[in-house]
Design a protein around this ligand. Structure first.
Ligand SMILES: C=CC1=C(C)c2cc3[nH]c(cc4nc(cc5[nH]c(cc1n2)c(C)c5CCC(=O)O)C(CCC(=O)O)=C4C)c(C)c3C=C
Ligand SMILES: [Fe+2]
Length: 546
């Protein structure tokens, strides 16, 4: 289904500031906006109009706002896929004058799209489709809801879950760490030094392995990640069946078994024709979802099988109602176990300053600061947004506790996102906070950093710092409301699955340039010599890893 709207640029200034049109969309419909400027008739004005068009998706009481900017594809945001069509290239709106650009959004079940009009824009008219009516104030549709199974009757749908992976035995720890540090999205070396990636990974993994082994030994001798992810995959498959979609669910781990290649083999074996890629990280980071997606992209480009597969990537999903509600449920439940409700209520009014209130302490896995500040990683923004959504949800349930966010698990000598979890715990203790409820927020399974770092190291530090009541919210795991929401995310992503570009990966000519190569060899050897043979640099380097 395609719905089209025309947004008119009104140069007379007669438009109404802040007016909103509410469009109620049936599942799997497409909404196309076009902008045109009938006085000027040029593309620039149309693009400008689209830049000014603010589109929000209503999640019950909450409204998430964002602007659709030309060139920015924000595929997963609010379950909408904005795409700009330029009339001089390939536009469906060929019957109109050339001063149009259109924007199409795939909307999902029960969503309302609110189009906020700025001062000089107005929604002018609706195009096409039967049973549809529209006004400048409100537009709604009464189309039949498309049946999921009819949509996919000739298709074999696959869901590919992406995760980090973890060592299953203590012997796996060093090779697992090698795979992790050999990832150019984890240790981001300048191009000139890329050839040092593997030797450096070998060095760092060898130094770090004893400390990591100790941590894995303390949680039973290995990571629980594979088992939990397999359980989540099975639960997701069942939830999809319950919602009428038969799909095979695969797991691709980035640094340990089952590796991405193993999942790819299974996808081909099962003749999958539509694939939804779902990272098990709620927020996007270059170092997590980004790294796994990069590996997949290169496989898809090289393997002809995937030119026939329609693919949809859900890059992040922290903003989904089901996830936010499930997190709020866990926090609320843990708060009620933590302290008697009267205590919480009293603390809100009068005892907060005495430190009686339970502080909700979100602890996210950190990333180096340079990822966010230099490489444009949206991780910190998404994390902050995620936390404010959870807190809004809690407030709507009258849970009024204070909260704070800090970043844990830093590795190496560089600066990571601040504040650091360990430092904040000490500060809170000094300020007289007595009760802390820790919420691991960047991951949906129990893993080494919840079971060892939070439950053992941080708990110990908190108790030492004067915090007397310590609690921790469990990871979501297979919580049914959460898995059901992931299933909805998959179903909603299916209509936007498209064939990937047939374009093959190209080798950067700079990589082939002999002068560059010699220069990087020389500088790389110098760095290796400096690190490995200078005792002082060596010990600084080693200490920074431990
Ligand atoms: C959103 C989650 C994660 C981000 C972001 C992330 C970035 C990141 N991690 C390292 C280094 C290590 N991570 C390790 C384990 C680990 N990391 C995550 C998640 C994120 N990492 C998880 C879930 C796990 C645990 C897996 C398990 O076995 O249970 C480890 C190994 C453990 C240890 O030695 O501490 C390292 C090392 C970097 C450098 C980084 C960003 C650049
Ligand atoms: Fe990590």
């Amino acid at each position: 289904m395609i719905f089209e709207y025309v947004v008119r640029i009104d140069r007379t200034g007669r438009g109404t500031r802040g007016r909103a049109a509410v469009l109620q969309l049936p599942p799997f419909s497409t909404l196309t906006f076009s902008a045109f400027d009938d006085q000027q008739g040029n593309m620039e004005a149309s693009n400008l109009a689209l830049q000014q068009l603010k589109i929000s998706v209503v999640h019950q009481q909450r409204i998430r706002k964002y602007s659709l900017l030309p060139g920015r594809r924000d595929a997963s945001f609010c379950n909408m896929t904005p795409t700009l069509y330029y009339p001089d290239k390939k536009s469906r709106r060929v019957n109109k004058s050339s001063d149009m650009a259109s924007l199409s959004c795939h909307a999902s079940t029960n969503k309302e799209i609110v189009v906020k009009l700025n001062n000089n824009l107005s929604i002018m008219k609706r195009k096409c489709t039967e049973n549809t009516y529209v006004s400048t104030e409100a537009c709604s549709f009464s189309e039949n809801i498309q049946n999921i199974s009819s949509n996919t009757v000739h298709e074999k749908v696959g869901v590919l879950l992406l995760n980090l992976g973890g060592p299953e035995t203590l012997d796996d720890v060093q090779p697992f760490l090698f795979n992790l540090f050999a990832d150019p999205d984890i240790i981001r070396l300048p191009r000139l030094f890329r050839f040092l990636q593997k030797p450096l990974a070998k060095l760092i993994s060898t130094f770090r392995a004893p400390k990591s082994k100790e941590a894995y030994a303390s949680i039973g001798g290995g990571s629980p990640l594979r088992k939990i992810t397999d359980e989540q995959a099975q639960a997701l498959k069942t939830a999809l069946e319950d919602k009428g979609l038969h799909a095979n669910v695969f797991v691709a781990m980035r640094y340990w078994h089952p590796f991405t290649e193993e999942a790819i083999h299974q996808i081909k074996r099962d003749d999958i024709t539509k694939l939804v890629i779902l990272p098990l990280y709620p927020q996007f980071s270059i170092s997590t979802s980004g790294s796994s997606i990069r590996v997949l992209q290169s496989i898809f480009r090289e393997d002809g099988y995937f030119s026939r597969v329609a693919i949809s990537v859900i890059e992040s999903w922290y903003q989904r109602e089901g996830y936010i509600r499930s997190m709020a449920d866990l926090i609320e439940k843990e708060l009620s176990n933590f302290s008697k409700p009267e205590e919480v209520i009293l603390s809100i009014h009068s005892f907060a300053c005495l430190g009686i209130e339970v502080m909700i302490f979100f602890s996210a896995h950190g990333v180096p600061l340079s990822y966010v500040e230099d490489a444009g990683d949206p991780y910190r923004d998404q994390m902050e947004d995620c936390i404010s959504l959870i807190m809004d949800e809690l407030k709507s349930r009258r849970v009024m506790n204070n909260h704070t966010l800090a970043y844990q698990s830093r590795v190496g000598p560089v600066q990571w996102l601040k504040p650091y979890t360990d430092e904040v715990i000490v500060e809170l203790g000094q300020k007289g906070v007595q009760s802390l409820l820790t919420v691991p927020i960047s991951f949906v399974s129990e893993h080494i950093e919840t079971l060892e770092e939070i439950d053992m190291e941080y708990k110990h530090l908190a108790l030492e710092s004067g915090i007397t009541n310590w609690g921790r919210v469990p990871a979501l795991g297979c919580t049914s409301s959460f898995i059901s929401d992931l299933a909805d995310a998959v179903i909603e992503a299916i209509p936007s699955a498209t064939a990937i570009s047939a374009e093959r990966s190209h080798v950067n000519h700079a990589d082939k340039d002999p002068l560059n190569y010699i220069l990087s060899l020389f500088l790389g050897s110098f760095l290796a010599f400096f690190l490995l043979l200078s005792p002082r640099a060596f010990s600084l380097f080693k200490n920074s890893l431990l």
